[in-house]
Ligand binder design. Structure first.
Ligand SMILES: Cc1cc2nc3c(=O)[nH]c(=O)nc-3n(C[C@H](O)[C@H](O)[C@H](O)COP(=O)(O)OP(=O)(O)OC[C@H]3O[C@@H](n4cnc5c(N)ncnc54)[C@H](O)[C@@H]3O)c2cc1C
Length: 311
């Protein structure tokens, strides 16, 4: 087996956290390689379709513009980014990282910046119908289903907001939540309860998505009832939260119960030479500002540990 390609620092994930760290590492004269699964760097920025109301210097931009500028910055700084293949294995021994195609890399330090993904339902039919009726964003997709019946799953603000958006686009909306208690903003919930085009089904879980070419119906079971019900819909919007992308890190660094990397100041983790930054270790403040700041802080800490800065 060929020897792994060696670098000072490997960064897994080229979202805001990974890119911010890479800029600082370059500034400290370290050789950093970014490994990104998607075909474009930017991570969640690509999913922000509304104006960003809370980040300095990009106030009012949408995520696409922000991601475009980030890519320009990465090019101007000549950052090294390999895109289009996920990291499939991470090993603490030898600080090794392997991409799904088999390329192997080793780093004197490894920065985990893999962010979050939207949580799925994990039911039959879901994976096959993504993009063909299965969506995670009414903001982006509701016009495709305007006037058609849709179902929104979830009990938080995002779910209730999506139900309102779809209803305002003329759809008959079923808002389905597994509990009787909604965590959504009370003003949104009050509007949804009063909306003539929204029907709320509480205490129910989705069991299956039905359709061949496209989604045709959603099956669900109400708690305490054995019968499975079915509602015909053109789309389902799944808004049941986010989960950290840490499945490749189990047994490598310590994770909390929800799967987030446990990281201290400067992104230091439980494994020597492993650092984390951004949403993957920040369940309490997932944001662009935090990702950029934590990426920078981790880069400083790594530079210190590799002797580029005084301790
Ligand atoms: C709809 C929406 C609206 C938002 N609005 C705002 C807002 O107004 N203000 C704000 O501050 N924040 C907002 N955010 C949050 C903000 O976008 C994120 O907090 C921030 O972008 C997180 O950056 P990150 O680098 O930590 O993670 P991510 O952006 O999740 O990037 C992680 C990267 O790692 C890659 N990756 C994951 N696993 C692997 C692997 N195995 N191999 C290789 N690569 C991998 C992913 O493809 C991704 O590119 C919003 C997010 C969304 C989705």
């Amino acid at each position: 087996m060929p020897r792994p390609e060696r670098h000072d620092v490997l960064i897994v994930g080229a979202g805001v956290a990974g890119l911010s760290a890479a800029l600082w590492l370059r500034d400290f004269g370290l050789d950093a390689l970014l490994l990104e699964e998607a075909t474009q760097p930017g991570g969640q920025l690509h999913e922000i379709h509304a104006p960003i109301p809370n980040y300095l210097l990009a106030f009012g931009w949408d995520g696409r513009r922000f991601a475009g500028q980030a890519l320009n910055d990465a090019r101007s700084a000549a950052l090294r980014i390999l895109v289009g293949e996920p990291v499939a294995r991470v090993a603490a021994r030898g600080r090794l990282v392997e991409r799904s195609g088999g390329d192997r890399f080793s780093g004197r330090a490894i920065l985990i910046a893999t962010g979050l993904r939207r949580r799925g339902l994990g039911v039959p039919g879901e994976a096959a119908l993504v993009g063909r009726g299965v969506s995670h964003s009414a903001n982006r997709d509701r016009e495709r289903y305007a006037g058609k019946p849709v179902l929104v799953v979830g009990g938080g603000t995002a779910a209730v907001e999506d139900a309102l958006l779809c209803a305002e686009s003329g759809s008959d909306v079923t808002l389905l939540h597994r509990s009787a208690r909604f965590r959504a903003r009370s003003d949104f919930l009050a509007r949804a309860r009063a909306h003539p085009k929204i029907r709320i089904v509480a205490g129910a879980v989705v069991t299956e998505l039905v359709g061949v070419e496209r989604l045709e119906a959603v099956r669900y079971r109400t708690r305490g009832a054995s019968a499975v019900r079915e509602v015909a819909v053109a789309a389902i919007f799944i808004r049941i939260g986010w989960e950290p992308r840490t499945e490749k890190l189990r047994g490598v660094v310590r994770l909390d119960r929800a799967g987030y990397v446990k990281a201290g100041v400067g992104g230091v983790t439980s494994a020597p030479g492993f650092y984390a930054a951004g949403d993957v270790c920040s369940p309490r403040w997932p944001s662009i500002a935090n990702a950029a700041g934590q990426g920078a802080a981790a880069a400083w800490e790594i530079a210190r540990s590799l002797g580029r800065l005084p301790r």
